[in-house]
Design a protein around this ligand. Structure first.
Ligand code: NAD
Ligand code: 6OD
Length: 484
């Protein structure tokens, strides 16, 4: 039976308390996860602190960049192991994990290493009151020990999206992966040792949130900053923990994202784009589209076309050829998603397609499958239009004017992403300027350039990461003023 251990000070650490890690495709037990208690979390934070004062803290940026490139190369060398681990933990299709999750895991180290190496610093000359001169210039210091708390939907991608820049800036990290997906964070410990990242720079503690490793880590006074991706409600709890000691936080939280399709859009591309944004990763993408607004003149045609696409998504295990959709992460999450499916019907929705569980054969019948689901006909006050479901489902409603579409998109407490489909550049720009979100895609979705700002407005997050914006969070900017 596989053992997923904590990684502390460069060593794999077992604990007396374990919990099962299960495969979403058939609910089989994949292995035992060693839950970190307060003692192990404390050891991890201490080892991260010690590493700051050691070789890592004294290392030149050039050498750090070389090492982080080596981490990326080693992930690529062990690509198949990372791929197998991620597919087993999440059940996501091979095409998705091999084209998105694992390559991004490597890229997150390379790109941020290069950004840190190349980003300039500001400097100002000034006249002083005594007629002399002074020179101001800024230097960046690492923030210190960073607590990294991660979700389960894109485990390696989202974890390294924070660990990459944190290490590139010279920090050390203690990562708390999701209890649902412990594998790739653990495997990364082997990579760190193999390429010579000093012990204590990268640490992993396994466990849950409240009363477990997540809470112990975020409350630990030795943690200098916390970066978190997950639910908005969890963000509130972590923010309260971070208040003690006034520690900075960077939050990427939930979403209830709108897709807007204008009648002048390239129809086929819009249908394909919304198919991805609504159903990719079984709808478990924070940037996903659960509310679709379509201009009335193409509404019926669009609904029929999206229905056909949803029904063509073949459910199945990651490795099977032609699989278009995997399972949800857990039985508990499936119950939540199915409760929204029932709620939509109770609230009077027209179920265009789906609404239940697909018939799966043999062992797969034990997996956490749900059908891709499309609703129409609900008022905007309905729960499935207001609340984040995080499943493969969307409600489609018609609109008549550009202003109406923008107002509908903005009528939510969240503000993460919007995807807009139109061939009118002027309109695209007008809409992009008015939607209250951190990222607005035009004629695309989840198209990522890691140099750009990423984050959420309103209840979808605090701060921006990506490119130089990551440096804002992971470093302290110090002005040096020299009287010449
Ligand atoms: P979650 O908030 O339940 O858990 C995320 C992590 O926080 C897990 O590691 C969990 O153990 C830990 N945690 C839970 N309670 C905690 C506490 N009180 N203190 C410390 N740690 C705690 O989220 P999830 O279910 O794993 O992920 C799905 C959610 O994440 C969705 O809401 C989704 O929108 C969001 N998400 C957002 C982004 C983004 O970029 N904005 C990206 C991915 C996922
Ligand atoms: O691409 C990224 O950097 C990122 N943070 C994606 C988030 C996806 C949410 O599920």
């Amino acid at each position: 039976m596989k053992q997923y251990m904590n990684f502390i000070g460069g060593e794999f650490v077992a604990t007396g308390k374990t919990f099962e890690n299960r495969a979403p495709v058939d609910n089989r037990v994949l292995g035992q996860v060693h839950e970190a208690g307060a003692e192990e979390v404390d050891a991890a934070v201490r080892s991260a602190r010690a590493a700051l004062g050691g070789e890592w803290g004294r290392m030149t940026v050039t050498r750090r960049v070389e090492l982080l490139h080596a981490v990326a190369d080693e992930i690529n060398r062990r690509f198949d192991e990372f791929l197998a681990a991620e597919m087993a933990d999440t059940g996501k299709p091979h095409a998705l994990a091999s084209h998105v999750d694992i390559p991004r895991g490597a890229a997150n180290f390379k790109v941020f290493a290069d950004i840190v190496k190349n980003v300039p610093s500001e400097s100002f000359e000034m006249a002083t009151p005594d007629g002399g001169q002074a020179l101001n210039y800024a230097v960046r210091s690492p923030l210190g020990v960073i607590g990294v708390v991660c979700p389960w939907n894109l485990p390696l991608l989202l974890m390294t999206w924070k660990v990459g820049p944190a290490l590139a800036c010279g920090n050390t990290v203690v990562v708390k992966p999701s209890e649902e997906t412990p594998a790739t964070a653990t495997l990364l410990g082997e990579v760190m040792n193999a390429v010579g990242i000093p012990p204590g720079v990268y640490n992993v503690v396994h466990g849950f949130g409240p009363g477990s490793a997540g809470e112990f880590l975020t409350r630990h006074p030795g943690v200098d900053g916390i970066t978190f991706t997950g639910e908005t409600r969890t963000g509130e709890a972590i923010m309260a923990a971070a208040a003690k000691g006034v520690r900075p936080v960077s939050f990427e939280l939930g979403g209830k994202n709108a897709g807007i399709v204008f009648a002048d859009a390239d129809f086929e591309k819009a249908v394909a784009g919304i198919t991805r944004s609504a159903f990719e990763n079984c709808g478990q993408v924070c940037l996903g589209t659960e509310r679709v607004y379509v201009e009335r003149s193409i509404f019926d045609r669009f609904v029929a076309a999206l229905k056909a696409k949803a029904e063509a998504l073949k459910p199945g295990p990651s490795e099977e050829t032609g699989v278009g959709i995997g399972p949800l992460i857990s039985q508990e999450h499936r119950q939540k998603v199915l409760s929204y499916y029932e709620r939509a019907v109770r609230d009077g929705a027209t179920v265009v397609t789906g609404g239940g569980v697909p018939a799966m054969k043999g062992a797969l019948a034990e997996g956490h499958w749900v059908q891709p689901t499309i609703w129409t006909g609900l008022p905007e006050s309905a729960a499935v239009i207001r609340e984040e479901i995080f499943g493969p489902c969307c409600h489609i409603a018609p609109f008549d004017t550009e202003e109406e579409a923008i107002a509908l998109a903005n009528a939510t407490d969240y503000g993460l992403a919007t995807t807009v489909w139109t061939q009118n550049l002027g309109r695209a720009h007008r809409v992009a300027k008015q939607v209250q979100v951190g990222i607005c895609w035009i004629n695309s979705w989840f198209l990522r350039d890691l140099r750009t700002a990423f984050g959420g407005a309103k209840a979808s997050g605090i701060g921006r990461e990506g490119g130089v914006h990551s440096l804002e969070f992971y470093t302290e900017l110090r002005n040096v003023c020299i009287k010449l």
